[in-house]
Design a protein around this ligand. Structure first.
Ligand code: ZN
Length: 429
């Protein structure tokens, strides 16, 4: 399995200069190869990497940069190009690759060689070839059986340096259970952050204090002379407040996704085209703040790590459909209760949607009914709604009054929206 560990770096002034110089040299190399890319046809990352040794004959500064790092710069350019091409092929209107200005290019990558973690007299340092030994805040150990494949060294806009270690462990991901006992469908929404089939509604994290602080600093920035020393100083402060906001949000998302990945055998979510939602004119801050895309990505890799099924289903009509009989009814956003004109089933609107998501997820996985004794028995979504399946029908479980609303603060404090005893382990993330 591959994953990333992120550590804070504390370079001395001298090392800071050296790191900044290396990043900026790489930026110039990137722009150099972009220029070549625009003028010549038929180049590839591989063919361009072979140009590097000759380039060093006249661009002597490049001898001060580790060769793998330079190769990665070329790789990055061609990766960017294929990402752009992929978007174009998917029907997006795309522009061209642009020159990187200093503030748009902030990291260097060591791959395979040129780096080492060393422990000298109780202090851990990250030794980077051609740069030096950088003190690292080694807050968590790299697992013994893991190898470090890659190191990305990055300077955040706040001025802080970080190292992201790309780690690979020998073991495969744990197998996913064949028999599904605890399954959950999650509906993410605007009023509540998430609503699941177990009747838990998680409120959105309260970021208003952080946002207010950020806005205050932004106002101060607008009063400074653009480009002056004070302006740049204030820019750092604004970046710090941005980072606070981001950290608090990610903390919440990590804990919430961790809870679902650990407590369940199968997690079904909507496959949201987050980009598409963001491009809608209204409410984009709320949507961006909700960071659903990040939540889903976290949930996906955590499920992989914990051996939990993760299914993203087509979200079309999940709120309209009746969980009990499947008949679709139109519902405006302000109607908070689902009441079926066809079968008379009533439930909380979001619970109804979460249930439909779970049904679709189970159908997609095709493993069988949750809580049924024969693990291999296949049943379609209609089968789930009938009594031959042990799965509780919505009418038995879902009463809107069962919904427990959990403030986001409690998720952050306990790492679990339901405060189960088992969650002590979930907090450790
Ligand atoms: Zn119905």
């Amino acid at each position: 399995m591959r994953y990333n560990y992120r550590y804070r770096l504390n370079p001395t002034d001298e090392l800071h200069e050296q790191l900044a110089w290396t990043v900026d040299t790489c930026r110039q190399v990137y722009n150099h190869f972009l220029h070549r890319l625009n003028r010549e046809n038929g180049t590839s990352a591989y063919s361009e990497q072979s140009v590097l040794p000759d380039l060093k004959n006249w661009w002597t500064d490049l001898n001060q940069v580790h060769s793998k790092v330079l190769q990665k710069v070329v790789q990055r350019l061609y990766d960017n190009r294929s990402t752009l091409k992929g978007r174009k092929d998917n029907g997006y209107r795309v522009g061209e690759l642009k020159w990187k200005a200093p503030k748009e290019y902030r990291s260097i990558t060591y791959s395979q060689t040129g780096f080492e973690l060393n422990n000298t007299s109780g202090r851990t340092v990250l030794s980077l070839s051609k740069i030096g030994d950088i003190p690292i805040v080694y807050h968590r150990d790299v697992p013994d059986d893991a190898t470090i494949k890659e190191v990305v060294v990055k300077q955040e806009p706040t001025g802080e340096w970080f190292a992201v270690l790309g780690i690979e462990t020998e073991g495969d991901a744990p197998p996913k259970p064949k028999k599904l006992e605890d399954c959950v469908g999650i509906d993410v929404g605007i009023l509540k952050y998430a609503h699941d089939t177990d009747g838990t509604a998680v409120e959105r994290p309260d970021l208003s204090d952080e946002r207010e602080r950020l806005e205050r600093e932004q106002r101060k920035l607008s009063h400074k002379d653009h480009g002056s020393a004070n302006y740049r100083k204030q820019q750092r402060v604004v970046a710090k407040r941005h980072a606070d906001l981001k950290r608090k949000r990610r903390d919440f998302l990590h804990k919430l996704s961790n809870h679902y990945a650990r407590e369940y055998d199968l997690v079904a979510v909507e496959d949201l085209d987050v980009k598409g939602l963001m491009e809608l004119p209204s409410n984009s801050r709320n949507r961006a703040g909700a960071a659903w895309g990040t939540f889903l990505r976290m949930l996906e890799y955590k499920c992989e790590r914990e051996g939990t099924h993760f299914v993203a289903v087509d979200p079309a009509g999940t709120t309209k459909e009746c969980a009990a009989c499947g008949v679709e009814t139109d519902k405006p956003l302000w109607v908070r209760e689902h009441s079926c004109p066809s079968c008379g089933f009533t439930a909380d609107r979001d619970w109804n949607a979460a249930y439909n998501i779970l049904v679709r997820g189970l159908k997609q996985v095709g493993t069988g009914c949750p809580e049924s004794t024969s693990s291999e028995s296949l049943c379609d979504s209609d089968g789930l709604r009938k009594s031959h399946c042990d799965f509780r029908t919505p009418a038995e479980t879902a009463l809107p009054t069962e919904t427990t609303s959990v403030p986001a603060k409690r998720v952050v404090e306990t790492g679990s929206p339901t405060l189960k005893e088992r969650t002590a382990s979930a907090v450790s993330e």
